[in-house]
Design a protein around this ligand. Sequence first.
Ligand code: NAD
Length: 349
Amino acid sequence: MVAKGYPKKILITGGAGYISNQLIEELPPAVEIICIDNFYVDSEYKRKNKKLHSNHRVSLIDSNVAHISKYQHLLSNIDLLIYMASLNSVGESQTHPIKYLKENNLNLQLFLNQLKKFSPKLKKIILTSSRGVYGEGPYLCQKCRRTIYPDSAEALSCSKCNSTELTPQKIKESDQTKPASYYGLTKKIQEDLLSVFSLQYNIQMDIFRIFNVYGKDQGKYYSNIGIIPQMFKLIKTQHQICLSGNGKLTRDFVSITDLVNILKMSVVNSQVRTNLIETYNVGSGRAVSLNDLAEYFQNLGYSFNIILISSYQDVQYSVANNQKVKKAFNIKKFSNLYDFLARTYGKNC
Ligand SMILES: NC(=O)c1ccc[n+]([C@@H]2O[C@H](COP(=O)([O-])OP(=O)(O)OC[C@H]3O[C@@H](n4cnc5c(N)ncnc54)[C@H](O)[C@@H]3O)[C@@H](O)[C@H]2O)c1
């Protein structure tokens, strides 16, 4: 019997990925799970992940989401769709925008075109979106006191009074979306495509704009994203790291445990909701710069060179205002990044 409140059958696209795997481990055994993944983001570990493959209640189908006829026979009685299928590298998206628009958007729409026919009982959608939809985010001009949304971090000045005295602000869900990368743009288009579908069929949807995830096993799933495993790998293998924005780039790191906890509550619909479509920032609300991270690894006893690069190559300041998600899901506190780093990378570990 399925535990109270849980859907009986869940479809997870991008189901062989990192976040999906951590979530599946936390779902009750009686829930049937269909995972669709084309291993576009591949790793040996993912292919061999015994936990997922040996799990009798999980069916893992190697397919692009768009090729729905390949797996349509598994879609009857789906109650909940968790849409995670995505290419996720900001850098790669800048050099391969067409690939990103095709995989993240066109193939999503091809999937949606058929979904309602095969899953007529679908009641809810969860989308793992990204903080990338905001781009550089809001800044407060200290001179004219207006909130402005700069195009990029390279030339920060107030568009109204030209002052360069700007203070970055924590990002709220109601802030302007202004993607600064093709990746961010494709995540915004995912939000829009799924919103139209949700409104068309009156299906509830939770959109989670996730900040920078960290947690156990992350580096096993991919090599070109995940700031912490990437930095650690360079420290260990090259004894040297390059830090953009002179190391002052600031990120909001959110623990996979906290994220999975929120997703789980959304799966059972336990939050207070007022709208058919709700959007939540998922971040810890704490600012951590690349310099802070590098210094922490040095304090843990690692020695390596730091090369500072002045250009930003990405947004400068990215910290969530997380009041909405905390209130809706009754979250008291987010995990502490430094506790995780000490536990995972401490020299005695
Ligand atoms: N990890 C983070 O820091 C982070 C931050 C913000 C948002 N997100 C979002 O969370 C979701 C999951 O992220 P993750 O960290 O688990 O990444 P992941 O790369 O481990 O998982 C995504 C999976 O989607 C699959 N995929 C991509 N395109 C597909 C397609 N067209 N058809 C079928 N499968 C496809 C990939 O092979 C991959 O296994 C993504 O939607 C991502 O945009 C992640």
